[in-house]
Design a protein around this ligand. Structure first.
Ligand SMILES: [Zn+2]
Ligand SMILES: [Zn+2]
Length: 320
């Protein structure tokens, strides 16, 4: 994967003193970010253009760390895995998925495009399309386990990802294009937002109350499950539909209730689910718990006091 053509040789800076290379993007790092993320890579073999690939006995080690930008991307990868924990657990161990998502997010640094990790679907499509190119683009990949020809010890990149050759850059762009295509196929011009099916008992999503969605899924639940107050008939089944977004949340959470409604609500507010947001107590009334005949919402959760909820999230969970 590494190129040896002279044009691809990055502009390097000499590592001196306490400087270490960022194991992700390859820039020289010093200061508070240096210590936290230091890891030792093992160089087990060297690819020498004249001598071929030789194993090293004993292996060498190379200390790397993370720069602030790459640390930020790692934090985003972790937050995404925590936000969609049940889903991520199906893909593999937490540390493995975080590692793969970190490689996926490196594509942002290579292509200057944003990679979205806002839903379980975002996670799986990003892993599917960007994992290989992302992993190939990492600085550490050039050293461990095999030190690529042209990869020099003791130097770092003058600019993030300057070591990435044209072939890997193209693979990253191809992966991003494929990811966008897969997303547009799902929500593209053929998907017109519609009202719930005509036979639905409610004219809005049973959870968020939104009046139109590109996808509707039938749901049988009770007013109790969607946050209704104690009243006659609150445990009797009600039939209706949920919008595509709430359907995704239900698929991930597994059951109708406060957890799913809170997840949908936070998603609508653009707030990631974290330990901090867990601390914000909410008793959410889903649309299905409102009196029959209540008009559906033009936007999700509009029947709640969203300003007060945002204030609680800000004051209790520090959400900006
Ligand atoms: Zn970096
Ligand atoms: Zn909904």
């Amino acid at each position: 994967m590494s190129s040896t053509s002279p044009a691809a040789v990055p502009v390097a800076v000499q590592l001196s003193g306490s400087l270490l290379p960022c194991g992700i993007c390859g820039v020289a790092v010093e200061g508070p970010h240096l210590q936290r993320d230091v890891a030792e890579l093992t160089i087990s073999a060297v690819d020498d253009p004249r001598l071929g690939v030789r194993e090293l006995h004993p292996p060498r080690s190379l200390a790397v760390t993370r720069c602030a930008a790459c640390r930020g991307r790692l934090d985003r990868a972790r937050a995404a895995v925590d936000a969609f924990g049940a889903f991520a657990a199906r893909l593999g161990s937490r540390s493995l998925i975080v590692e793969r998502l970190e490689a996926v997010l490196a594509v942002e640094g290579v292509t200057s495009s944003a990679v979205r990790l806002e839903s379980p679907r975002d996670l799986s499509t990003a892993l599917e399309h960007l994992n290989v190119a992302g992993a190939a683009a990492l600085w550490s990949t050039r050293f461990s386990p095999v030190q690529a020809s042209g990869a020099r010890l003791g130097v770092a990149n003058a600019a993030p990802f300057a070591h990435v050759d044209a072939e890997v850059r193209q693979a990253a762009r191809d992966g991003l294009a494929a990811l966008l295509r897969s997303r547009l196929l799902r929500t593209g011009p053929v998907a017109v937002p519609l009202e719930p099916p005509a036979d639905s008992a409610r004219r809005g999503c049973l959870l968020c109350g939104v009046a139109t969605s590109t996808i509707w899924e039938a749901l049988t639940t009770t007013r109790r499950s969607v946050g209704g107050t104690v009243s006659p008939g609150w445990m009797e089944p009600i039939e209706g539909d949920v919008c595509g977004r709430c359907g995704d949340v239900l698929a991930e959470v597994g059951s109708v209730g406060q957890t799913a409604m809170k997840r949908s609500l936070l998603g609508h507010l653009g707030v990631a689910h974290t330990f901090a947001t867990d601390a914000v107590e909410m008793t959410i009334r889903g649309f299905g718990a409102l009196p029959g005949g209540t008009p559906a919402n033009r936007s999700p959760w509009a029947h709640l006091d969203l300003a007060a909820i945002r204030r609680d999230l800000r004051e209790i969970a520090g959400v900006r």
